[in-house]
Design a protein around this ligand. Sequence first.
Ligand SMILES: Cc1ncc(COP(=O)(O)O)c(C=O)c1O
Length: 418
Amino acid sequence: MPYSIFGNKFTQHSGITELMDDLNAGVQGGDDILMLGGGNPAAIPAIQERLTELMQQLLDEGKLINTLANYDGPQGKNSFIDALAELFNDLYGWGLTSDNIMLTNGSQNAFFYLFNLLGGNFSDDKKKKILFPLAPEYIGYADASVSEDAFVAIRPKISELENGLFKYHVDFDALKIDENIGALCVSRPTNPTGNVLTDEEIIHLDKLARENNIPLIIDNAYGIPFPNIIFEPVTPFWNSNTILCLSLSKFGLPGARCGIVVANPTIIKAMSNLSGIMALSPGGIGPEIALPLVKTKEILKLSDEVIKPFYYQKSQKAIQLLQAQISTPKFKIHKAEGALFLWLWFKDLPISSNELYKCLKAKGLLIVSGHYFFPGLDQQWQHTQECIRLNYAQDDDVVERGIAILADEINALYSEVN
Ligand SMILES: Cc1ncc(COP(=O)(O)O)c(C=O)c1O
């Protein structure tokens, strides 16, 4: 059956679909598959226990059935929006009201709305793109637009650090904004690299966005104040030209599908109208579970004292294992500044990263090939074929066995060319 242009675009193979399929196969495959691919957060016992307690309480009080038995408005659950506004105002003095916040079915859903609101074809025959100032960027952005050719990205500057590490920076000399750009978008911390844009970089991007009268979208799925999987001291950033996106997923509730958008009232109104048409209303279950945590600010304590140290320790352990087992000096790791991933760079890798993905998959290890993470970058650049993303947040035993398989494969590949 022929599909529409929209249908053809959205039914084709995409990196994010492959990733989610792999994730599902990994979850269902049990011990046979070492799942270091997807973006599933870790099952942290203290968080899961607290969430279970909260759900039991909601069940006992009849609030769970009340939430499940009713629609919220298209902007999302009001009590949660009010509590979030109060939390951000207390913490950062942003002066938010309920007109500044809306909820979505996961932040992935918010990006689809935003990219199609701010990019694409405009009635004056102009076409605007979403600009990613620093590639590599999040794979989930890649196909989230109804228009073709909707993104443009800038290659980063790379600084090589001590101890086999490196870090990407925004190349502001290469960053040119004109009337064909509808918004800037960055993830901070960045999925896939674990990079955290510095305060100076964010201030510079904000200035450029305001000068060009376009919004700056900051994807804070891993950032402060929750889940706070961020290992660098950074200043939270928001002003009325910023669209800040948060999520309950990496706090431990990806199945609840709750994204949070903080923006000026005009954007929030437009997004809420979109939400009404696309979804009627966002799911209320995540907001209901997290409401007491936000009201009492316990969400901050859990993020700071449980989630952040958990991921920090895991990232350091995985780095140690990788560096001990992979012998080639051509192996570099992006400095782990946040998020759930390590971004591994194999300079002059004898095969492409996608071929490496297939070899590893055949041996029962799932990682993600780095080439997916350059949406909008059309220049040929060997670097895009030399990196992989590894989720370090899974059980220690899984991470250890996975790294052993990876190390064997990499050591064998480089020994063949030396
Ligand atoms: C950078 C980034 N943004 C957004 C998302 C989407 O998360 P969710 O839709 O679960 O809120 C993810 C998920 O992995 C992510 O890594």
